[in-house]
Design a protein around this ligand. Structure first.
Ligand code: ADP
Ligand code: ADP
Length: 228
């Protein structure tokens, strides 16, 4: 069973930059998968295809068997929670609480359920004290934690995080490790893009190495030692 099946995906940005050139890969349901590669390899562009922010220009992306296209966009966004690299892409509400509530509210949950989920998610990232603050006045690392909480609150089947460790202090990094473990234990597929080989080696059970917009290697963490 696959959480993600990508076949021959190619993508060119509006300015002509080719970011993906024929990516084919499968990610197992319930896995902890690291997408590893240097800056500019195409990781972010790939991840933005997983929840339909980008639609394939060539090739196909399937999420839990559902093809990512305009018609299935809403379904796909509910299945896949994406924490983008830059929290300012997704943190924009007047208060932290509203920001984390945005996803659950968008998917039509009851007020009680929204409140439970927001409180739980803010607690997980240790931002409950900041619930009534303006995201704009928080530090970058705090905004990143709010962005993570916003995705946790949706409880998607697949969690996708783009460089989640960047700019987090050691305590928040430790919190994040705990969160990723718990989410996976609860049955979610967790996909993390990173350039941190040590993290990928320690954390992942599946690794995909991306370079110049193509898959260079895929397998267990042992593929990494051969890549170095
Ligand atoms: P990574 O996440 O691995 O650092 P990206 O997917 O961000 O890689 O980038 C892949 C390539 O696409 C790079 O050459 C990058 O400069 C380019 N790129 C990324 N986003 C855009 C964009 N919005 N417009 C134009 N080029 C982009
Ligand atoms: P541009 O307009 O910069 O050429 P695109 O046409 O590819 O780029 O538009 C995609 C836009 O979506 C980019 O500006 C990118 O920064 C933005 N984006 C990135 N991450 C997210 C996200 N998680 N949610 C919504 N938009 C995002």
């Amino acid at each position: 069973d696959y959480a993600v099946e990508i076949r021959d995906l190619a993508f060119r940005h509006r300015d002509g930059t080719v970011a993906l050139r024929g990516v084919t890969l499968k990610i197992k349901k319930g896995s902890k998968t690291a997408i590893l590669g240097p800056n500019g390899a195409g990781k972010s562009t790939l991840l933005l295809h997983l929840n339909g922010i980008y639609l394939p220009q060539q090739g196909t992306v399937k999420i839990l068997g559902v093809e990512v296209n305009r018609k299935n966009e809403k379904r796909v966004r509910k299945m896949v929670g994406l924490v983008s690299q830059d929290p300012d892409d997704q943190v924009f509400s007047p208060t932290v609480w509203d920001d984390v509530a945005f996803g659950p509210a968008n998917f039509g949950l009851s007020q009680d359920e929204i409140k439970n989920r927001v409180d739980e998610a803010l607690k997980a990232v240790r931002m409950e004290e900041f619930a009534q603050r303006m995201p704009f006045h928080l530090s970058y690392g705090q905004r990143k934690r709010v962005a993570i909480a916003g995705v946790l609150a949706v409880k998607p089947e697949i969690l996708v995080l783009d460089e989640p460790h960047a700019f987090l202090d050691p305590a928040s990094k430790a919190d994040l490790s705990g969160i990723l473990e718990r989410e996976n234990r609860e049955g979610r597929t967790v996909i993390v893009a990173t350039h941190d080989v040590d993290f990928a080696y320690e954390w992942a059970d599946e690794v995909v190495v991306i370079k110049d917009g193509a898959v260079q290697a895929q397998g267990g963490p042992e593929v990494l030692s051969r890549e170095e």
